[in-house]
Ligand binder design. Structure first.
Ligand code: HEM
Length: 494
């Protein structure tokens, strides 16, 4: 009975929500959302109005949004009641939003879910634009994720990738669930960089954050049912574990030179010379970002790159030939050699183009009313940039749907936020600060997987590798990538 009573508010919420949405959404026989065009005051909005609020937009997949924008234009207005969202689907409009008017669109929309999970939205990713966020962002770029700091984690990356290679070597000729193993590796790299070597709660922490990340995909649920017990229960568990880890880390500060992300943050907090003093709660929120934003994203890129190369064996051979030539018979010995892997870098760019881990980036909000392409965007409008659709726009890319890394070989186009046709890390003030951290693990891991092994599909799906994406805010494979590694001996080929 108690159980039923506790579910009553949940059911009432659901019913109200469905009735509310049903007024605006006409779901046809084949689940088509009806679209109307309407002139909206104030300003020259002549954009499609579809029955949706920003919550729903979050759950509309990027490919459905592309279909809609192909019909209704690269700046599309979605509205339900008084809540407005614009969806950007061309590189030109993205440039306006993330460069010309970047300061106007550097806000994140307020989300109740983020308030619960991220200690009142005091992390970097969901903090409102302003002095506190700017300070965190500076700490993040100069101290936590600077190139020098990322270089200092080199031995961690090398050890974890070597562990993965050793494990795969024991499985030569049999099936390996690469998705699972690569996800463990990226989590281990992030955990050791974040907490240092001596963290005994690491495993528990990683498994809890995985659950939290899954839940955060459904921001809709968090925002609609903020009082529901399990959300708070999950957050309480996170708080206890990260609290223990921080207490342990505080003990070793000053004892030895530790450069884990957590110890750097604690030192900055203790120095106290900040305009917005950092609290332990703030540090807990930032640590959640490092894991939430940093682990599944990198492993998804590795998975997709391997999948695409399995689908395109000529690309695989070319990438293997390059790595084996550059590394020679000794294999990987120095990080600098990664710089010579021009084709592998192109493979990674092409993977990020076709499979950006956040196809819709992270949502933004308009801070000040402004005009984009002749349309007045009122303050408070939510903005979604469909980076996935832009990266497949035939106006920008020839043979846009084809996996063709060669397109980047003599091209200046990069993913660092200057070329708005390729923005897997976003652009402007809110661009991802973890590019160098993420890409350095991706490059090393792929290079080693290509150097040490030839890869085959398991017998049961020899003809057909499943390439479907799972539904959700992150772009990941619907099914795990299972492959058969065959160990490669460089000496027998030299
Ligand atoms: C392949 C790997 C990664 C991808 C594709 C990726 C992508 C993104 C994207 C699309 C955004 C939103 C940008 C925008 O709004 O314009 C973002 C933000 C962010 N990312 Fe990443 N990310 C990756 C790795 C990482 C790593 C390794 C870390 C940290 C260790 C990280 C930390 C963050 C943070 C803190 C933000 C919030 C920035 C802000 O709001 O100011 N990311 N990332």
């Amino acid at each position: 009975m108690d159980y039923l009573i506790s579910f009553l508010p949940f059911l009432l919420y659901s019913l109200t929500f469905i009735l509310f949405v049903a007024q605006f959404v006409k779901v046809g026989k084949r689940s088509k959302i009806s679209v109307k065009t309407l002139n909206l005051p104030p300003g020259p909005w002549k954009l499609p109005l579809i029955g949706s609020i920003h919550h729903l937009v979050g759950s509309l997949p990027h490919y459905r949004l592309r279909e809609l924008s192909q019909k209704h234009g690269p700046l599309m207005h979605l509205k339900l009641g008084e809540a407005s969202t614009v969806v950007v689907s061309s590189s030109e409009v993205a440039k306006d939003v993330m460069k010309t008017y970047d300061a106007m669109f550097a806000q994140r929309p307020h989300q109740i879910g983020a308030d619960i999970m991220c200690y009142g939205s005091t992390d970097i990713a969901t903090a409102p634009y302003g002095g506190y966020w700017k300070q965190l962002r500076r700490i993040c770029s100069q101290e936590l994720l600077s190139n020098a700091r990322v270089r200092s984690f080199r031995s961690i990356r090398e050890e974890e990738v070597a562990n993965l290679v050793r494990y795969i070597e024991t499985k030569t000729g049999s099936c390996v669930n690469l998705s699972e193993k690569v996800a463990c590796m990226t989590s281990a790299i992030t955990a050791r960089a974040a907490f240092g070597e001596k963290c005994k709660d690491q495993e528990e922490f990683i498994s809890l954050v995985k659950k939290l990340v899954k839940v955060s995909e459904g921001v809709l649920i968090l925002d609609l049912f903020p009082s529901h017990k399990w959300i708070h229960e999950l957050h309480r568990k996170y708080d206890v574990i990260i609290g223990n880890i921080i207490r342990e880390a505080e003990k070793s500060i000053g004892e030895e030179e530790v450069n884990s992300l957590l110890s750097v943050l604690l030192k900055i907090k203790n120095q106290g010379a900040l305009q917005h003093p950092l609290t332990i709660q703030n540090i807990k929120a930032v640590m959640l970002n490092m894991f939430g934003a940093g682990t599944d994203t990198s492993s998804a890129v590795i998975e997709w790159a391997m999948s695409e190369m399995m689908e395109n064996p000529k690309v695989m051979s070319k990438a293997q030939e390059e790595v084996r030539r550059v590394f020679g018979s000794k294999g990987y010995t120095k990080e600098e050699s990664l710089e010579e892997l021009k084709f592998l870098k192109a493979v990674i760019k092409e993977t990020l183009r076709l499979h950006p881990p956040f196809p819709l980036l992270l949502p933004r909000e308009c801070r000040e009313s402004c005009e984009v392409k002749g349309y007045r965007i009122p303050v408070g409008t939510k903005v979604i940039v469909n980076a996935w659709a832009i990266a497949r726009d035939p106006e920008c890319w020839s043979d846009a749907e084809k996996f063709y890394p060669e397109r980047f070989m003599d091209s200046p186009i990069d993913y660092k936020g200057f070329h708005h046709e390729l923005i897997p890390f976003g652009a402007g003030r809110r661009i991802c600060p973890g590019i160098s951290f993420g890409v350095s693990s991706i490059e090393l891991c792929l290079a080693q997987l290509l150097y040490h092994f030839n890869w085959e599909l398991p017998n049961e799906n020899k003809e057909n590798l499943e390439m479907t994406e799972a539904l959700g805010a992150y772009s990941r494979r619907k099914t795990d990538l299972v492959l058969v590694p065959i160990s490669y001996n460089p000496l027998s080929h030299s």
